[in-house]
Design a protein around this ligand. Structure first.
Ligand code: NAD
Ligand code: DAU
Length: 334
């Protein structure tokens, strides 16, 4: 395949930076990252990439004057930028409306003007939650039913993309992925929060009873799936991305305690998240059968152990965020 120039929004965040690393090591493409470097963005996540194939533009996806020339120059936009953390959306929804809705709208208008291929990265949270004993998993036809300000704005952004495809012929695909883990995830999120707590000698914190289930996938498998959809996906279609990784939160904490050599009961239950979704589960049959994708990280325990090693070896990356993140949690007793 001829090399392309990709505009990757949110490429200094967790999954966006993983995608940039993945693309630069698996293709001949070049990349422009557009990222506002909010509290969640980190220049250091883009270090060590091949010379001359990646540039970072610091700017807001909701700023049409910044966005327009970058979209015009790109062969495709891969849109990761978002406010991404549920707990923050409960404390203050307003940046979620700005970035997830107005930002996506601004990018879509530029893609429409310039006829640029667009891939929209979204979440399984748009479908709401499942009961623990429900035999069904989410599929591409599951009805939207978001629970939090975060997931409601992501659901709204998906619907904008679908409308811009149908009404204006924008050449877009969409993907909805389950919970990611791996290197360079912000310490506000569940797994890195507990790993870095344990490194600091603090007991992990489980919301409520810890029975909520998430469907874990390694960020690198998410990246390979997005690349497959960008290259072979059908315009206007949605693909669900998941790796059959259902685990409840208590199981994840117990696994971390075991990997890090602590006692199995060495954690605390704290106040539950208001409106806390019970279970997410993805059926990724369509992606596997139509596009021939499969995950490379089969063993969650191994992937988690490698993630622990990464946080142990990269304290300089996460340490500057840790104190302020824990201060935010202290305000809600979590
Ligand atoms: P993240 O919070 O780690 O990164 C988000 C990035 O977007 C940051 O670099 C931030 O600086 C940037 N950003 C925020 N507002 C911006 C703006 N207005 N303009 C430009 N850049 C801005 O998020 P993540 O966990 O890497 O998630 C990336 C995408 O993947 C999101 O769209 C999210 O909804 C989706 N997603 C995440 C998961 C997950 O498990 N984390 C799962 C499925 C889908
Ligand atoms: O499903 C995909 C979604 O996964 C993405 O769209 C979001 O961007 C991403 O943040 C993630 O959302 P969650 O709310 O599931 O992830 P979080 O890491 O915040 O929490 C995972 C689970 O762990 C959830 O059930 C809440 C719980 N939790 C979280 C924290 C931070 C705890 O029990 N203790 C904690 O300290």
């Amino acid at each position: 395949m001829a090399s392309r120039h990709l505009l990757v929004t949110g490429g200094a965040g967790f999954i966006g930076s993983n995608f940039v690393h993945h693309v630069l090591s698996h293709t001949d493409d070049t990349v422009t990252v557009l990222d506002a470097l909010t509290y969640a963005g980190n220049r250091a996540s883009l270090e060590g990439l091949p010379e001359g194939r990646m540039r970072l533009v610091v700017g807001d996806i909701a700023d049409a004057a910044t966005v327009d020339p970058l979209v015009a120059q790109a062969d495709a936009v891969v849109h990761y930028a978002a406010e991404s953390h549920n707990d923050n959306s409960l404390a203050d929804p307003s940046p979620f409306l700005h970035t997830n809705l107005i930002g996506t709208y601004t990018l879509l208008e530029a893609a429409r003007r310039h006829g640029t291929r667009f891939h929209h990265v979204s979440t399984d949270e748009v479908y709401g939650d499942l009961q623990l004993d429900d035999p069904q998993r989410f599929t591409e036809t599951t009805a939207y039913n978001p629970s939090s300000p975060y997931s409601a704005t992501k659901a709204g952004s998906d619907l904008l993309v679908r409308a811009w495809v149908r009404s204006f012929g924008v050449q877009a695909t969409l993907s909805n992925c389950s919970n990611n883990y791996g290197p360079r995830q912000h310490v506000e999120k569940f797994i890195p929060r507990q790993i870095t707590n344990l490194i600091d000698g603090i007991r992990p914190r489980l919301y409520g009873a810890g029975t909520n289930v998430r469907d874990w996938i390694h960020a690198d498998d998410h990246s390979s799936a997005v690349l497959a959809i960008l290259e072979r996906g059908q315009i206007g279609e949605t693909y669900l991305i998941g790796a059959d990784g259902e685990k409840n939160n208590k199981e994840v904490v117990e696994l971390l305690l075991q990997i890090m050599g602590r006692d199995a009961g060495d954690y605390d239950h704290v106040a539950d998240r208001p409106g806390h979704d019970l279970r997410y589960a993805i059926d990724s049959t369509r992606l596997r059968e139509e596009l021939g994708w499969k995950p490379a990280y089969g063993d969650f325990e191994q992937g988690l152990a490698a993630t622990v090693d990464w946080y142990r070896a990269n304290e300089a990356w996460w340490r500057p965020q840790k104190e302020a993140t824990e201060a935010k949690y202290a305000a809600t007793g979590q």
